[in-house]
Design a protein around this ligand. Structure first.
Ligand SMILES: NC(=O)c1ccc[n+]([C@@H]2O[C@H](COP(=O)([O-])OP(=O)(O)OC[C@H]3O[C@@H](n4cnc5c(N)ncnc54)[C@H](O)[C@@H]3O)[C@@H](O)[C@H]2O)c1
Ligand SMILES: O=C(O)C(=O)C[C@@H](O)[C@H](O)[C@H](O)COP(=O)(O)O
Ligand SMILES: [Zn+2]
Length: 367
């Protein structure tokens, strides 16, 4: 079964989810729009997949460049960005040509930023190959790279013209990557769609199988949350059309999570870090009386059920994490801002919490 969800922004585009949907790439590249060249940006682990995507495009007389970049976060650097620009320049890439981001979220974040920056913006298609990429990174147009100071500090909002989630590629996804992706799925459950939490809790064994129909259903539900959240507040202005906090809600667990990722030099997976980050903000919300004990406990229990960490035990690092958190994009002036829940599926912003509250929440997730 193939599902098609539209991201209803000013320039709407489709996210296609199903088996074998890679074949739709030819249509998305957009013949008739003057396209002559396509660059497929991929990690080494996706080389065979990139070669498969290339074939039909070459048969259609397109000039296809395979740009292999380092794996994972090592691709999200200024050096790799420069490397991609050089290849596009040498290949004579014009504004009618197209970039394809093939891989996990790190690769599609980079590819999207290459597309956003080349000639001030060319069209791009995302072909995510991890659960995390499908559910989150490939949709919504947040693109970017890291700097030494922190995660995603340089980037642009630049939306893809289409997203192809081919569930076939998940067959070879390592178990750790599947669990990491589930963190973003669970996040969608807490901030917007509690039926996701019910599904996960009802079938913990099935969600460990990337080919299961339940994983497909969870991916679809997660993408639906992401699509409607970004549609109301594409540039993260801080409020959605419905009076909600808008796109910032998707940053649930990310302020603390990104600080862990940076501190660990990205040896911790993104989903693992934000799993701990979600428990951290649930502690903040509980300690200020916003959520009850049950909802706090549900964070730990569901994340543990998925096999994700709920604590980050590394003594003496609070100051370093706090310094990194100050560079979070939600910070205004010197005021830290966290996404917290005031109840299930009701995210709000907690601005400028006391240092002692932050420290108490930290103690609760670091023991
Ligand atoms: N732009 C956004 O809105 C957004 C949203 C969420 C996360 N992100 C970013 O996404 C990144 C995390 O993405 P990720 O978890 O996909 O990690 P990733 O891109 O690092 O990929 C994880 C690993 O899985 C491998 N891999 C990818 N697809 C595979 C497959 N089908 N089979 C086997 N191995 C495969 C990769 O080679 C890599 O080693 C982070 O940089 C995060 O900041 C961005
Ligand atoms: O799409 C969004 O908006 C998100 O915040 C989704 C997050 O899951 C994602 O990790 C994103 O890259 C974080 O963005 P950042 O602005 O905090 O760097
Ligand atoms: Zn994320």
């Amino acid at each position: 079964m193939t599902t098609r969800l539209t991201v209803p922004t000013d320039r709407p585009y489709d996210v296609v989810i199903g088996n074998g949907v890679h074949e739709q790439l030819r249509g998305l590249v957009g013949f008739g729009m003057g396209v002559m060249r396509v660059a497929i940006i991929h990690a080494p682990s996706m080389a065979a997949q990139a070669a498969r995507l290339r074939e039909p495009l070459v048969s259609d007389h397109l000039e296809v460049h395979l740009i292999e970049v380092p794996d994972s976060e090592q691709a999200k650097t200024a050096d790799v960005l420069t490397f991609c620009w050089k290849i596009l320049g040498e290949a004579g890439f014009t504004r009618s040509d197209v970039i394809v981001g093939l891989g996990g979220g790190a690769t599609t974040d980079l590819a999207g930023f290459v597309a956003a920056s080349w000639l001030r913006g060319v069209r791009f298609v995302n072909v995510p190959t991890t659960v995390l990429g499908m559910v989150d990174a490939a949709v919504g147009g947040k693109t970017g790279i890291n700097t030494a100071e922190g995660k995603n500090l340089v980037g642009a909002f630049h939306e893809p013209v289409g997203v192809l989630c081919d569930l076939d590629v998940l067959q070879g996804l390592p178990a750790r990557e599947l669990r990491s992706g589930m963190a973003e799925v669970v996040k969608c459950g807490f901030i917007a769609d509690p039926s996701i939490l019910d599904l996960v809790e009802a079938a913990p064994a099935a969600i460990a199988d990337p080919t299961s129909s339940i994983v497909a259903e969870l991916i679809t539900k997660g993408i639906a949350v992401k699509a409607r959240t970004v549609a109301g507040d594409l540039r993260e202005g801080g409020s959605g059309a419905d009076g909600s906090i808008g796109r910032e809600a998707l940053n649930y667990g990310h302020t603390f999570g990104h600080a862990i990722e940076r501190f660990e030099h990205y040896r911790v997976r993104h989903g693992e870090a934000i799993s701990v980050g979600m428990v951290f903000v649930a502690e903040l919300a509980h300690r200020t009386g916003m959520i009850d004990r049950d909802l706090l406990d549900r964070h730990r229990s569901i994340l543990q059920l998925v096999g994700l960490p709920t604590a980050y035990v590394r003594p003496g690092v609070w100051e370093a994490l706090a310094t990194t958190m100050r560079l979070d994009k939600k910070t205004r002036g010197d005021q830290l801002r966290f996404v917290v829940l005031e109840s299930l599926a009701q995210p709000v912003i907690m601005a400028g919490p006391d240092e002692s509250l932050l420290h108490d929440a930290y103690r609760a997730v670091s023991a």
